[in-house]
Design a protein around this ligand. Structure first.
Ligand code: C5P
Length: 305
């Protein structure tokens, strides 16, 4: 099993005032829109695959009542950052005004890319503060709180590659092949609400039955499709261009609501060759990575406390 970092099974008696965790990204190996709720949210069917491209979150607990985020993603105001919202949500839930935190986010996962970076950071913050503030919420309770912040947050709280239904809150662990992914960011960020609001969006995909594991074939890729892809390409043609270029090496697909696209390989050198070839002829704003599938997030406390 591939793990990110080390477990954080600390003795309850050991006092800690800071933790530093890795917050992994995800890929949607397929994403079907199978309906819509009365409140406008879409019912999905997807496999969320954790990968080893990570942000790093440092959280310091305090008793001064202040929630601060002095280090964060460029262009994201402190108050708008999902990590700040996660801390405030946890604090208001327990009605304790004395609780404070300083949260530092080192961004490596691109934003507006369909990789769930913001949701993963928020999940990490919930887990860190649950521990630092000694709140003892269970993982399920934190996941339910996380759903108020965003549909993908419960998945990252559970931290396990999963079959996902509902709007993102129904999760079942699923076994996926150990693979390497060529991941391309085509220099554009996509607005998730804009994609979901499109009149052109397919909202009635037929449901799949895959059981407890997902198969992959190097010539056809993964089962299904990403129902958000066609709308995303219309809004941002660079996504279509990235897909065309990557498809020359392996079956390629968009993740989430875009803009990143990916293709899977059993050989990391082939994944790297694909990324290098795509980037060699791409505009400067494009970026690329080779990332690896991960089964579970095991949270690393980088400070060793
Ligand atoms: O929950 P999150 O903040 O990630 O979603 C952003 C927006 O995307 C929502 O406000 C909603 O418009 C849309 N969305 C949706 N169905 C989902 C997830 C998101 O319609 N399952």
């Amino acid at each position: 099993m591939d793990l990110i970092g080390m477990d954080i099974q600390l003795p309850v008696s050991q006092p800690i005032d800071a933790v530093s965790y890795k917050a992994p990204a995800k890929l949607n190996l397929f994403l079907h829109v199978v309906g819509r709720r009365a409140d406008g949210y879409h019912l999905l069917e997807s496999v969320f695959q954790l990968v080893d491209l990570c942000d790093e979150i440092r959280v310091f607990g305090a008793k001064d009542g202040q929630i601060r985020r002095p280090v964060g993603a460029w262009g994201v105001a402190e108050a708008n950052d999902l990590v700040t919202k996660a801390a405030l949500l946890l604090k208001t839930t327990v009605h304790d005004n004395s609780l404070g935190a300083r949260i530092e986010v080192v961004k490596r996962i691109p934003m507006g890319a369909g990789l769930g970076g913001g949701s993963s950071d928020a999940a990490c913050t919930l887990i860190a503060l649950n521990q630092l503030w000694g709140l003892n919420f269970s993982v399920n309770e934190l996941a339910a709180l996380g759903l108020k912040l965003g549909a993908d947050v419960p998945f990252f709280v559970h931290g396990q590659t999963a079959w996902v239904e509902g709007i993102g809150e129904i999760l079942r662990p699923v076994t996926t092949p150990k693979l390497w992914f060529a991941l391309i960011y085509p220099g554009v960020a996509v607005s998730t609400p804009k994609i979901f609001q499109s009149p052109e969006l397919t909202r009635n995909s037929r449901k799949l039955t895959i059981g407890g594991s997902l198969t992959w074939d190097s010539s056809i890729g993964f089962v299904g499709r990403n129902d958000l892809q066609a709308v995303a390409i219309t809004l941002e043609p660079a996504i279509g261009e990235a897909l065309n270029r990557l498809t020359a090496f392996a079956p390629a697909r968009m993740t989430g609501s875009g803009a990143c696209v990916f293709a899977a390989f059993s050989d990391p050198l082939k994944a790297k060759a694909a990324v290098d070839a795509v980037l060699s002829e791409a505009p400067q704003s494009w970026r690329g990575w080779v990332v690896r599938s991960v089964d579970r997030t095991i949270r690393l406390n980088c400070d060793g406390v």
